[in-house]
Design a protein. Structure first.
Length: 369
């Protein structure tokens, strides 16, 4: 009996020794992994990339869990990896507190909301307009800028696209923010008290049917957040703003009626711009901008070349060249990275039919925030 107890104690002690030995190794490896996470963060900061890369995390979990043959242990190991990645993100978010992100408008503007969702722990820097936000990155005052490039209701944002064409910053991400417009007023009022609404022209247009139905007068503001701020400052019971729920919370306003925009699918795409272009395989879409030679069929030839190399065009837009009347440059989004031999060959052939040609950036498709 005593011998059996002694053997059990020895086995327990040996098991604990193994656990202690493994824990010591894991502690060393944990520090090593977090040091690697620091390098990952520095890369993401330089390229203006968000902390969370869900596609990459899913790939790591699938690849590493496949090495565990015991199905019971595999489930626990997946939970372990998810927790480890969560800790890694938390550590990177802590480092991100020093990241400065420029946006156009005031606190509560949709660009402010988008920047906060893409870079949760960053310092968001308000700029008076798109160019000021763009220039803040060029001058080194900010690490990245978040600017709108397209709205599903109103179309392209030409100012941003022009800045990208004429400047040297790169798109390192495009994110989709679903827009919900709401009628806001000061606390204590009802919809029946409102006589006039104020907001950005696009928001007023998106809510035209509602405004007409209610018989409101409309007044334009530079953006939705400015409108909300004005309503809060004036304390006029008859004045309402059209803006987001987040904006209502910031300026102490009440949501009088929610989701008043006539399009149920109102989405704005925001581009993250920074000084260096990312080459991550996860960013599987590319943006090209070019002008074509003033020859018959030049644009058709350029488009044909893109298709020839197996790239699918998902967007094609033309914009006027400011200093050349009736001449245009083109903005194209394509499925697939050009950071390979196929992309290099395509770019070389495109150069033969284009006067100007640039890779404006890369991004992951349909990334919602």
């Amino acid at each position: 009996m005593q011998k059996g107890l002694t053997n059990m104690a020895n086995k327990l002690e040996r098991a604990r020794e193994i656990i202690n030995e493994v824990d010591t190794q894991m502690a060393e490896l944990f520090v090593k992994r977090m040091r690697a996470a620091e390098l990952v963060y520095e890369h993401k900061k330089e390229y203006g990339l968000p902390i969370l890369d869900q596609k990459r995390e899913d790939q790591v979990i699938a690849s590493n869990s496949a090495k565990i043959e015991d199905d019971v242990l595999k489930g626990y190991y997946i939970d372990y990896l998810k927790n480890l990645m969560s800790l890694s993100r938390a550590y990177q978010y802590r480092m991100q507190s020093g990241l400065k992100v420029a946006y156009s408008g005031v606190e509560g503007a949709f660009a402010h909301i988008a920047a906060g969702r893409i870079f949760p722990d960053s310092t968001r820097v308000s700029c008076r307009d798109f160019k000021a936000a763009y220039d803040a990155v060029v001058k080194g005052d900010c690490d990245a800028a978040v600017l709108p490039i397209e709205n599903s209701f109103a179309g392209e944002v030409g100012q941003t696209i022009d800045l990208i064409f004429s400047g040297n910053l790169y798109i390192n991400g495009i994110y989709e923010l679903e827009i919900h417009q709401n009628l806001l007023g000061i606390p204590g009022v009802t919809v029946e008290d409102i006589r006039k609404v104020t907001s950005h022209p696009q928001a007023l247009s998106q809510c035209h049917d509602y405004i007409k139905l209610r018989g409101f007068d409309a007044e334009e503001a530079s953006n939705t957040a400015v409108a909300a701020k004005m309503v809060a400052e004036r304390q006029d019971k008859t004045l309402g703003a059209i803006a987001s729920v987040e904006t209502a919370e910031i300026y102490g306003l009440k949501v009088l009626e929610a989701n008043i925009n006539k399009s149920g699918e109102n989405t704005t795409r925001f581009a993250v711009l920074s000084k260096v272009m990312a080459n991550s395989p996860a960013l599987g879409n590319s943006v090209l901008m070019f002008t074509v030679k003033n020859e018959a069929g030049s644009l058709a030839n350029a488009i044909s070349i893109i298709g020839k190399y197996g790239y699918n065009m998902t967007a094609l837009r033309s914009r006027p060249l400011r200093k050349h009347s009736w001449q245009y440059y083109f903005y194209i989004e394509i499925d697939g990275t050009i950071n390979n031999d196929t992309g290099a060959d395509m770019m070389e052939e495109l150069g033969q039919v284009c006067d100007q040609l640039k890779v404006a950036g890369t991004f992951a498709a349909h990334t919602e925030i």
